[in-house]
Design a binder for this molecule. Sequence first.
Ligand code: ZN
Length: 303
Amino acid sequence: MVTHHATNDTHYRGRFAPSPTGPLHFGSLVSALASYLDAKKHHGQWIVRLEDVDGSRCKTQYAEQILHTLHSYGLVSDELIRVQSQHSDQYEQYLLLLKKRHAVFACNCTRQSLADYHGQHPHVCHSTTDLAHSWRLHTSGQAYCCEDAIQGELLFENDLASNAPVLKRKDGYFSYQLAVVVDDHLQQITHLVRGADLIDTTAQQLYLYDLFGWQAPEMCHIPLITNHTGDKISKQNHAKAIQNGHLPTLLRALHYLRIDFSPGDEQANSIESALTYAIRHWQPSRLKGIKDLPLEQQDLHFL
Ligand SMILES: [Zn+2]
């Protein structure tokens, strides 16, 4: 069992890493705010990264739109924005390192040939690099454990044994899993504050950290904003783009993060003063034990 310990002695560096597959919606604003408030509460740096590694789904117009919306809510990156699609050469280098260590294997399998395994890839196949192939990570029975500021102790037992995740696709695009670990390492990210939908990806990421011999960041997964059917609100289920710089939207987003203002409160008069107040009052522990955050009646217009 590998336990990942807290790194309190490092200077806090957090990030928000949206994929530009659509404009920013209410759920993504809540995630962005949580990572921002946590970084600022710790007097740390908050960095925006564009996760456009999947070039088949991402669009430049959305990237610009997302950055503009974040800016309008006072959420400005402390450093130059890293754009993943400009760093393929770095992901290639780290993949090469894994190839040298025999940690990955080539795979020609198709969706059809994996149908019997429900799309999972539970074993090493006998594929050739002469044909179109992806690169998959060897499975591991290693268990991982980390302490999450909201979710408590997260234990991943044999999580990787049932699937060999793709690190580079047949079409040449690198996977989120490889890019996110390499980027968080290169950008010296110390804390991840992100949506609970990403808990499932954590075990593979901890395994990659181990393979590279890197220290994994501290983790904090916030509950998800959900719709009336209990699904995460997302671009896939038509969450609307939020208005830019709209104070009532910001106050509602902070409400879901358990930061509320009293009626007539001066702190709630501008985006700037609301953010300052929110940084002071942000306490991730208030979200402990909450599975998800269903949209309240008055906020259903965000769908
Ligand atoms: Zn295969």
